[in-house]
Design a protein around this ligand. Structure first.
Ligand code: NAD
Length: 291
């Protein structure tokens, strides 16, 4: 298949390389001039997409996606498919899909879970929104770049699933970290705390698979000086998207709202930028009820 890949960053480059390694012809474009193994870069974004059957975008945010869509949609061949794998706001995802459909293209919003390791290993999870016809075109490519693809519904449904999942993740990480910090102050050994909670009703992915305490439970960024992993500022991005969506849908999300405020404080004023999102544990460790 002729594929164009726009946005060859930390996630996009290994995803594009996996498509090329599987035998597809991949033409890339990134404003930073980055490239990927097996991918031939084009000089302009329009040249990259001109003969592509599928155009994949992996970009930082919704505003950039909208700007790139304005350039690529008129340059794509009729009947081609636009697959956006970025994490963006639901409104941008729906607007770009509508613009593509109007231009006679198929469109899928397909954000991913699994991080840079999943992108490199081809083990991402894709959550997709769009027509059944558009999903059918993209699915074989999801199978190369990932281990699971769920067709969640119409346009925007992929982004909706992603931000709901990550709102649970942010809230749960905070709850797990504050519980560890409380256990410390109550004189409870962290290993014992893990042994109990990981097999009791407080268990969660953050406790069992991504344990935020060094030397306890699953091997995680906590065992590597809290280097990401999944950076706190990316968690903040997703929590903000969840709150933007909650506002536009009039949904009451007090825990998501508080998690967003806590990660904002952590990233913007407490040195959390560049640290893994589980660094909430050393943050809570240092604090009392006053501050
Ligand atoms: P990144 O910043 O490493 O990559 C984005 C790339 O887009 C950069 O190389 C940048 O130069 C390029 N770009 C920006 N504007 C462009 C334009 N107009 N035209 C072409 N290229 C342009 O980010 P990333 O970590 O690869 O993340 C990409 C997306 O995936 C984001 O939406 C992010 O939220 C999401 N995501 C990231 C992770 C992760 O762990 N990094 C996990 C899941 C989802």
């Amino acid at each position: 298949m002729q594929i164009a890949f726009i946005g060859l960053g930390n996630m996009g480059a290994p995803m594009a390389a996996n498509l090329a390694a599987a035998g597809h012809t991949v033409t890339g474009f990134d404003t930073a001039g980055t490239t990927a193994q097996g991918v031939t870069n084009a000089d302009t974004v329009e040249a990259a997409v001109a003969s592509a059957e599928v155009v994949i975008t992996m970009l930082p945010n919704g505003a950039i996606l909208r700007a790139v869509a304005d350039q690529v949609i008129p340059a794509m061949q009729a009947g081609a498919t636009l697959v956006d794998c970025s994490t963006v706001d639901v409104d941008s995802a729906c607007a770009v899909a509508a613009q593509a459909t109007e231009a006679g293209l198929l469109a899928v919003d397909a954000p991913v879970s699994g991080g840079v390791g999943g992108a490199a290993g081809g083990t991402l999870t894709f959550m997709a929104g769009g027509s059944a016809q558009a999903f059918a075109v993209a699915e074989p490519l999801f199978d190369i770049m990932g281990q699971k693809a769920v067709h969640c519904g119409e346009s925007g449904a992929g982004q909706a699933a992603k931000i709901c999942n990550n709102m649970i993740l942010g809230v749960t990480m905070i709850a797990t970290c504050e519980a560890f910090a409380l256990a410390d102050k109550l004189g409870l050994d962290r290993q014992k705390m893990f042994d109990v909670v990981s097999t009791s009703s407080g268990y969660s992915w953050t406790m069992n698979a991504y344990t935020p305490a060094p030397g306890v439970g699953a091997t995680s960024p906590a065992d590597n000086g809290y280097q990401p992993g999944f950076a706190a500022e990316l968690m903040l991005k997703d929590l903000r998207l969840s709150q933007q969506a909650a506002e536009s849908a009039d949904a009451d999300t007090p825990m998501g709202q508080l998690a967003s405020a806590l990660y904002e404080q952590f990233v913007e004023t407490e040195g959390g930028k560049g640290m893994d999102f589980s660094t909430m544990l050393p943050r809570f460790e240092k604090r009392g009820r006053g501050a």
